[in-house]
Design a protein around this ligand. Structure first.
Ligand code: ATP
Ligand code: MG
Length: 256
């Protein structure tokens, strides 16, 4: 079994004339936690959307868990074992919290084709346990997602990643909308994922958080990867100078 869980080669996405992502060569090892950093518009979310089949790439190749993949949509990626917390949340507005948590993985009390009965009680109990881990208080689990705050929605999505074992977890700015306490809890969830050996891609603008949590930092600038830094061998100032373009890593010379 290969040590590498995810690899992209020349991953490129153009929106008309906008080169949102250009020639991204990226690798993530099993158990590794990597941060992707970069200014607004650097191409971070675009990268995530190509990997998870939300959009179809312009060119490039993707390998996941030992095979080349070409996901037609986010559900396919999810079925393959990639659990993603999207920046623009992919929750179903009209469903309540347990239904969102179990979307595509519903528990059945009876499973007989059209006569299937959902095990709502089991789903609700599992949801309560999952949300406890995020510290977010959701007054009424039966409320549809539509009526929740941005932070509450974010916590439901994060609780989902912590509930089901997956082969890769991607979080796109998971704590951007969260309060201090909720952020701390989400960071604890991430530490737990690390302890469990579950690999993670964390997109974050929060330098303190990134240095606290990950092993490696990949910097995007104007759609290109411009640095790949071992956390132990870099500093916050260093990362900032790659983000702003003040500095270029020798191996990416001529990239941005
Ligand atoms: N659907 C789209 N159509 C056209 N241009 C797009 C589209 N989505 C993104 N872009 C452009 O692609 C570039 C990269 O956007 P992306 O959302 O990947 O940035 P980001 O690094 O995630 O930024 P942020 O930190 O603000 O989330 C931007 O210039 C953006 O305007
Ligand atoms: Mg983004």
């Amino acid at each position: 079994m290969s040590d590498v869980i995810l690899r992209t080669e020349g991953l490129t996405k153009h929106y008309g004339g906008v080169h949102a992502l250009q020639d991204a060569n990226f690798e993530l090892r099993r158990g590794e936690h990597v941060a992707i950093m970069g200014d607004n518009g650097a191409g971070k979310s675009t990268f995530v959307r190509q990997i998870t089949g939300v959009e179809q790439r312009t060119s490039g190749r993707i390998w996941f868990d030992g095979r080349e993949v070409d996901f037609a949509g986010p559900l396919e990626a999810r079925e393959a074992g990639i659990e993603t917390v999207f920046q623009n949340l992919a929750l179903a507005d009209d469903l309540d919290v347990p239904s969102n948590l179990f979307l595509g993985r519903e528990k059945f009390w009876l499973r007989l084709g059209p006569f299937s009965i959902l095990d709502r009680k089991a789903m609700r109990a599992a949801t309560e346990a999952a949300l406890k881990r995020t510290a977010v208080k959701i007054p009424n689990l039966s409320n549809t997602i539509r009526n929740m705050s941005g932070g509450q929605r974010q916590c439901v999505a994060i609780a989902r990643t912590a509930t089901f074992a997956s082969k890769l977890i991607i979080m796109d700015e998971p704590t951007a909308a969260l309060g201090v306490q909720e952020t701390a809890q989400v960071e604890n969830i991430i530490r737990q994922l690390k302890a469990n050996g579950e690999p993670l891609i964390l997109i974050s603008h929060n330098m303190r958080q990134v240095f606290d949590l990950v092993d490696r930092i990949v910097v995007f600038r104007r759609g290109r990867i411009v640095a790949n830094l071992n956390k132990a061998e870099t500093s916050g100032e260093d990362v900032v100078s790659y983000i702003t373009g003040a500095k270029t890593a020798p191996e990416y010379e001529g990239a941005a």
